[in-house]
Ligand binder design. Structure first.
Ligand code: 2P0
Length: 340
């Protein structure tokens, strides 16, 4: 029996951000969050389980994973091994070793949410390869353990991460709000000059919770933001959603700027792209920006404005390229290759 499966998942960009945990081990968030899954940022992952000696073999974009990145994936695979034992999976080997091969169609760790697509694809491929068929919400709980935002990438289109109350995190998972085909919008990613991040998002988030005097205000505003975002999505009101998303992102960055020492992800090129979005919006285009834990600027826009917004961003000297996405599908299994 071949204990192998291949899955694809798309990254997601939060419109109402996840920034702060109530449990750092289980990746339980301080608040809910809400995102759009993007068609243009895809991770494809193949997992094979076998019983032979040695450590897991993990290859990311053609190179063996190393250091903390490798450790994080191996620790996640331990969770899948525990599930295999808990489910008395007779299909799997007793002490299974994984071979993982994962490739991204976009730069990893450049603030493009590759950990979200990566752990969503890994959760699906690793469980299916082991003969485990988890419901989407359970898969989302598992993906969350790898990276919090990955729990939203299990679902296509607009998704919300319910923070949950349970100490074990079983009620903290994504849910689908709107299928990808139900509302045709665009998200553009302006990829700016790449430089190493000053601080990984995990550390920056914990540091913000611990030291920012604005964190309580940030957290208190999220339930109201989520209410408005859900209403705007349900009414297909892009203006209301875009204004809110831009405001939410700026409040998140203001909260981390107030941390001690401060966390600033913006480069001069980031600010130039933000200003360009304001300029073209003032000139009549329908677009709003959001920014995550990195310098890149993402722009939510309508289909009619897409080409002109891409042109406006592309002419900025700091913009390397613009990736345009539609609402993307949830994590999905790919058919096994036909043996030749
Ligand atoms: C988000 N970000 O909602 C927010 C906005 C970045 C800014 O989720 O520690 O990689 O693995 O749970 O999911 C990035 O944080 O953090 C993130 P962990 P994650 O998309």
């Amino acid at each position: 029996m071949i204990l192998q499966a291949t899955a694809e998942a798309c990254a997601n960009i939060a419109l109402i951000k996840y920034w702060g945990k109530r449990d750092a081990v289980l990746n339980l968030p301080a608040t809910g969050s809400l995102s759009l899954t993007l068609s243009g940022l895809v991770t494809r992952t193949t997992v094979t389980w076998a019983e032979d000696p040695g450590a897991d073999a993990i290859v990311l974009d053609g190179k063996p994973a190393e250091g903390a990145e490798r450790e994080r994936i191996a620790t996640f695979l331990d969770l899948v091994r525990a599930l295999m034992h808990a489910n008395g999976s007779r299909r799997g080997p007793d002490s299974p070793r994984a071979t993982v091969e994962s490739s991204n169609g976009f730069p990893r760790a450049a603030g493009l949410a590759s950990s979200a697509s990566g752990f969503a694809a890994l959760a699906l491929a690793a469980t299916r390869a082991a003969g485990l068929e988890l419901a989407d919400e359970q898969l989302s709980v598992l993906a969350r353990r790898g990276s919090g935002s990955a729990c939203r990438s299990i679902f296509g289109g607009f998704a919300e991460w319910l923070p949950g109350n349970a100490a074990d995190g079983q009620d903290s998972h994504g849910v689908r709000l709107l299928a990808p085909e139900a509302w045709d919008v665009r998200m553009l990613v302006a990829v700016l000059a790449e430089r190493p991040k000053p601080k990984g998002s995990r550390d920056a988030m914990n540091h913000t919770v611990a030291t920012s005097p604005y964190f309580d205000a940030w957290r208190a505003a999220i339930p109201g933001d989520l209410d408005v975002a859900r209403q705007a999505i349900s009414a297909r009101d892009l203006r209301r959603l875009g204004e809110l998303a831009e405001s939410n992102a700026l409040r998140m960055h203001a909260t981390m700027l107030a941390a001690r020492p401060p966390v600033l992800y913006w480069l001069p090129e980031t600010v130039a792209a933000m200003r360009r979005v304001w300029e073209v919006r003032d000139a009549g285009l329908t677009c709003w920006f959001t920014i995550d834990a990195g310098p890149n600027v993402k722009v939510l826009c309508d289909v009619a404005s897409e080409a002109a917004v891409v042109a406006g961003l592309s002419e900025l000297p700091g913009v390397l390229r613009v990736i345009s996405s539609r609402p993307g599908p949830g994590a999905r299994l790919l058919p096994a290759p036909v043996a030749s």
